[in-house]
Design a protein around this ligand. Structure first.
Ligand code: COA
Length: 254
């Protein structure tokens, strides 16, 4: 599709691979669009029963493309593709499985909160350093992460940029298994195939009972209103410029 998101349908499972390893699978606008279309298409296609997200190479994804964030901050682009992808995640009715081969940053971590089965490589690390980028949490993570791991740990992730090792994530209930890197995708594929053999109506109804899409969508709307405003801030411009210039940001003037 986009060239940087690979889509493969096998035995009722749609596999969506973030495939931009030279940029640590950072999600460009085209990649968000391709991933959303793949996810939405799977909901409509009766031959597809499960969606599996993974990343090519050694990382899951380094999150939103920072150059795109900088373009949004300067008014040259909008953040709508990311917002649409997140809404599609919140609306997804069919089960989602994740195979996380390594680092997950930002949306890479918050996307996992929308997955129903999660398999992590031993070296994987989950981070969500939104405040370091002068941003706020997205993808309903301001609701989902504290609900899953408690307020203080979630706040430390968002506000201090503290990450979780794979083992910590597993202990906190964010993952089903921690495996050697080479075993992660096979385990996720096996789990997705096992789901695909189950009765779809019961799977969808179970997922629907376990999460309230309307609540998630309302939260993502509130988050995005704040996120858009933060993206335009001088603080955020400094954070993006610092990343591009490979230096530490200086927020002392704001
Ligand atoms: N957006 C755009 N490009 C990114 C990126 C992102 N989110 N993350 C990494 N890249 C690019 C780097 O700019 C670099 O490109 P270059 O080779 O053309 O200079 C390449 O990917 C490799 O990244 P590099 O930083 O050299 O690798 P690393 O192993 O030292 O560090 C990360 C990897 C992911 C820890 C680091 O790149 C990082 O912190 N990225 C930003 C993550 C982030 O804050 N995302 C947004 C969350 S909301």
């Amino acid at each position: 599709m986009s060239g940087q998101v690979a889509i493969r349908d096998v035995g009722g499972v749609r596999e969506v691979t973030f495939d931009r390893p030279e940029k640590k699978n950072a999600l460009s606008m085209a990649m968000y669009r391709a991933a959303r279309e793949a996810l939405e298409g799977a909901q409509r296609d009766p031959a597809l029963r499960v969606v599996l997200f993974t990343g090519a190479g050694e990382v899951f994804t380094a999150g939103n493309d920072m150059a795109d964030f900088a373009r949004v901050a300067s008014g040259a682009a909008d953040a709508d593709e990311g917002t649409r992808f997140i809404a599609a995640l919140a609306r997804a009715e069919k089960p989602i499985v994740a195979a996380v081969p390594g680092l997950a940053v930002g949306i890479g971590t918050t996307l996992l909160l929308h997955c129903d089965l999660v398999y992590l490589a031993q070296g994987a690390r989950l981070t969500a350093p939104f405040v370091d980028l002068a941003l706020v949490p997205e993808a309903a993570s301001s609701l989902l992460l504290p609900a899953r791991i408690g307020h203080v740990r979630a706040f430390a992730m968002f506000a201090l940029g503290e990450g979780l090792t794979a083992q910590e994530a597993m202990a906190l209930g964010l993952a089903n298994a921690v495996l050697p890197a080479g075993d992660v995708l096979p385990a996720a594929r096996e789990a997705a195939a096992a789901l695909a053999r189950r009765p779809l109506g019961a799977l969808v109804a179970t997922k629907r009972l376990m999460r309230d899409a309307e609540t998630l969508l309302a939260r993502t709307d509130a988050e995005m209103a704040e996120f858009r405003e933060r993206l335009q801030s001088a603080e955020a411009r400094e954070a993006f410029a610092a990343f591009m210039e490979r230096r530490a940001p200086d927020f002392s003037g704001f």
